[in-house]
Design a protein around this ligand. Structure first.
Ligand SMILES: Cc1cc2nc3c(=O)[nH]c(=O)nc-3n(C[C@H](O)[C@H](O)[C@H](O)COP(=O)(O)O)c2cc1C
Length: 267
């Protein structure tokens, strides 16, 4: 099978998944078509991939699975045509649980043929104390090695079968507070310091759900998926989560998940 082009697809609120998929795409000596479907406008049109492409597709792990609000787009609008693909998930040093299994199954249902897959531990969107500054040099080296094996499989041809851990039908991981009890974070939304906020509206333009009011960015009338993009991107650092259950969950993560987790590669 002669691959003519790499198609790099990703949803990436705080940039880890984008970094990983882009890095991987540029390891092949082939033209790269990059498509970032993080923003709502980028999810309006379908993405149809051909047999001549190798598709690298990345999403982060949210609550042990793929971000559920993005799933309708992935399920309904990303289509293959016996297209070879490398599913990629990132996770914030706790666990990727079922996200990679979910992505592999989804791709097969949409006429892709996964030939290798990986889960990369990256700095957690909630706290820089989890997987601080990852991906780093050694993560890139591991990715290089993985991609050599993917290239070997491409050269050898089918069968491409491999297995990944997890159960695509498993329930979402339920976040816990410091004392181990459930952290009810669904309703948490960012709080805005109105003294610091200059109304630049960067947050509103970059919200993956389009949920922040463009007239008054201190309001988030739409659904908040807690992705942290508005917090990370605010030039004034005017936004934060103050919800006590959310903050207790972050403390729990910092208490139990700071030891660097290994990346995992399957091929
Ligand atoms: C709402 C939310 C839920 C998350 N759930 C998990 C999780 O279950 N396990 C984990 O290890 N990391 C979890 N993370 C961390 C992300 O998977 C990690 O930061 C990822 O690299 C973010 O990707 P991005 O930078 O491309 O947005 C979560 C992050 C967010 C924002």
């Amino acid at each position: 099978m002669k691959i003519q082009r790499i198609r790099a697809l990703y949803w990436s609120a705080t940039g880890n998944t984008k970094k990983v998929v882009r890095y991987m795409a540029h390891c092949f000596s082939l033209p790269v078509l990059e498509q970032d479907f993080t923003l709502p406008d980028a999810r309006k049109e379908s993405i149809v991939c051909s047999k001549e492409e190798l598709v690298l597709i990345g999403l982060p792990t949210y609550a042990g699975k793929l971000p559920n609000k993005i799933m309708p787009f992935v399920k309904e609008k990303i289509q293959g045509n016996s297209t070879l693909a490398v599913p990629v998930v990132t996770f914030g040093n706790r666990n990727f649980d079922h996200s990679l299994a979910e992505l592999c199954i989804l791709l097969k249902e949409n006429h892709f043929i996964p030939i290798g897959a990986c889960a990369l531990s990256c700095q957690h969107a909630f706290s820089s104390r989890l997987a601080y500054a990852r991906p780093n040099e050694s993560d890139w080296e591991e990715l290089d090695h993985f991609l050599m094996n993917v290239q070997k499989k491409l050269d050898q041809g089918p069968p491409f079968d491999f297995a990944v851990p997890g159960d695509a039908k498993a329930p979402y991981y339920f976040p816990k507070k410091e004392d181990g009890s459930p952290a009810r974070v669904l309703k948490a939304k960012p709080i805005v310091d109105k003294v610091l906020c200059t109304q630049c509206r960067v947050c509103a333009h970059l919200c993956p759900m389009g949920s922040i009011d463009t007239m008054d960015p201190s309001l988030t009338p739409g659904v908040c998926i807690k992705c942290q993009r508005c917090i990370h991107q605010c030039p004034q650092k005017a936004r934060s989560f103050q919800d006590p259950e959310f903050l207790s969950h972050v403390k729990m993560l910092e208490a139990h998940y700071t030891n660097p987790r290994a990346n995992q590669f399957f091929f």
